[in-house]
Write a protein of this length. Structure first.
Length: 86
């Protein structure tokens, strides 16, 4: 579940809570289900946003070794950007 899923749950909850007026005979309260979906959508959206922002880090690695042919000291630097898994 991601940011889009959270937004989708929130929108479906708004539609059920405010736009649908169906009499279910007292068995199902669509307003309550709509409010629950809005809350779940907000929670999913916030958790996805926090996890997305947290995982954007850059890692720098430097390795130093001696070239056996020339005898010179060689330093290799590599950057790695930890993109979130989609």
């Amino acid at each position: 579940m991601g940011i889009g899923s959270g937004i989708a749950l929130f929108v479906i909850g708004i539609i059920l809570a405010f736009a649908v007026n169906v009499d279910t005979g007292g068995y199902v309260d669509l307003d309550l289900i709509g409010y629950i979906l809005m809350g779940a959508g907000a929670v999913v959206f916030l958790i996805s946003l926090v996890l997305t922002m947290r995982s954007r880090r850059t890692e720098t690695v430097a390795r130093t070794s001696v070239d056996p042919v020339s005898g010179e000291q060689v330093t290799r630097r590599s950057l790695r950007d930890n993109d979130p898994v989609v």
